[in-house]
Design a protein around this ligand. Sequence first.
Ligand code: SRM
Ligand code: SF4
Length: 558
Amino acid sequence: MEQNKNLSSTERIKQNSDGLRGTLVEGLKNEVTGAIADDDTALVKFHGMYMQDDRDRREERAEKKLERLYSFMVRLRVPGGFLTPEQWIAIHHVAGENSTGTIKVTTRQTIQLHGILRSRIKPTLKAFSNVHLDSIAACGDVNRNVTAAAHPMESELHEQVHGYAARISALLLPKTRAFYEIWLDEEKLTNKKDEEDPLYQDRYLPRKFKIGLVIPPNNDIDVLTNDLALIAIIENGQLKGFNFAIGGGLGATHGNAETYPRLASVLCYVPADDEKLFKAIYEVVTIQRDYGNRSDRKLARLKYTVDKYGLDWYRAELEKRVGFPLEDARPFVFTDRVDHYGWTQNHKGLWYYTPYVECGRVVDDEKVAMKTALLEVAETGKANIRFTGTQNLILSDIKAKDKAAIQKILEKYRIIEHTEAASAVRKNAIACVALPTCGLALAEAQRYLPTLLGKIEGLLDKYELGEEQIIIRMTGCPNGCGRPYAAEIGFVGTALGHYNMHLCGDHEGTRLNRIYKENLDEAAILKELDLLFWLYKKERITGERFGDFALRQKWYKQ
Ligand code: SRM
Ligand code: SF4
């Protein structure tokens, strides 16, 4: 097992935290500051929150000798990204009362609210709890929100596969009652034995852990970027089991070659027999718990454990822990990685409408009153909400008799017009949050990508490529929250207004891209793309995707 002689400071904080309680209760009473104690900022993540400050206002506050404008981001745990209309209505109102008002749909099928003052955290979490929502383990060194194929139209087995997301999330939840005590004012446990945690013990995992489930051939949630990717194997119309792929993860640090993005490697197949399946999932996690690097957090994700010990070792260790022989992975193929916009119908005759939500920001702005429209839809009680892995949402499970009522609301707020007007690249694009809330951002992302896309659309139109579904993604730093390394064109922020440009990823999410040019500003990006699109138009083989063409041209730094 990993010797972990020099434990990182976060390891010490976790172990001394009394089940993730730290000094949070006392800290919340401190009126001198809007912040919480340093060590508690690490613990609060396990409760689904980040302490942040408005970076746009740092200078102004410093000039006035005021402390930074601290606030909290809360991320919900919504396995598989499914909400009832009642839950959406509650989120809408909580966002308006306690946060900036914007509901941000994330790349992992949940939502984040930003700008929550410390005193408003409890009311926020209590309001969520009233509609059976929580933020437990949405962040921190634990299993995070489990993602799952989003669209019920994908397969008749969607419901069955999707159902595993909530069960896996429950299986891997930390046992501590700290969340309930601190934020929901529930009674303190008198018998600590009740929260003994055989999985996480007192050290939790070395780092965050992510699991996703997908139904081939649509790789809509980018499953191979997860620590554990579960790929449904369907034979003769029946769910037989899952291929396990391990070691996906995208975070990297500029200038640190020891860190790198990696796609998950296929490990084995496990049948859809509950006992075997859940045991195997659990033990994949315990191996990472026991062997992951606890000294250097930059090298602590499962991908580094897999590369250090090897896939064969991991499989043998897993076999030993589960106590049954593991089978070889079964064949599968991904042919796409898209959301289905507009109206679609599933095998049961239910209707689904996927609107275009720019960078996942549900807000009323000068372009469209998305937030009001979604509230009105939810208030009919006739549509559930499902999040996709592309920061989108689906108004879902609408009965045929109710479709006209929903259509009327969508027309009233011009959602259909807005969705149809969005170009193919826009609909496939992702941008992470970045500035002003993300403390790690080096450059803009969601506040800038829409503008850049307008200029890219102009270039695509120039070469009659406007219909091409090229996947473009941008992040404000190399951590990869918008999965830019799994895009056909990825922009990774290096400094304000500057991005590394990555090319050669495939459309299906099975091949990472590579750096093409570094530190480009907007003018340089557009100049490059003008040339690249011209060549693509001129020399592509019929039907050849942009990412595949780029690879054939060797458009990467050699
Ligand atoms: Fe992320 C850290 C936002 C998906 C890799 N991510 C952060 C933080 C919390 C910044 C921080 O640590 O202070 C960002 C908060 C910004 C803000 O102001 O809200 C943040 N990550 C996001 C979201 C909201 C991006 C979005 O616009 O949708 C996504 C929330 C997902 C969720 O609901 O759970 C988000 N983050 C991802 C993904 C994509 C995915 O999982 O599909 C990745 C790449 C996959 C992976 O995990 O490797 C990702 N986030 C990171 C990393 C790099 C981790 C690493 O292994 O090095 C960090 C930094 C860290 O953990 O130290 C990070
Ligand atoms: Fe922040 Fe970087 Fe993640 Fe963007 S990729 S949200 S800038 S940590």
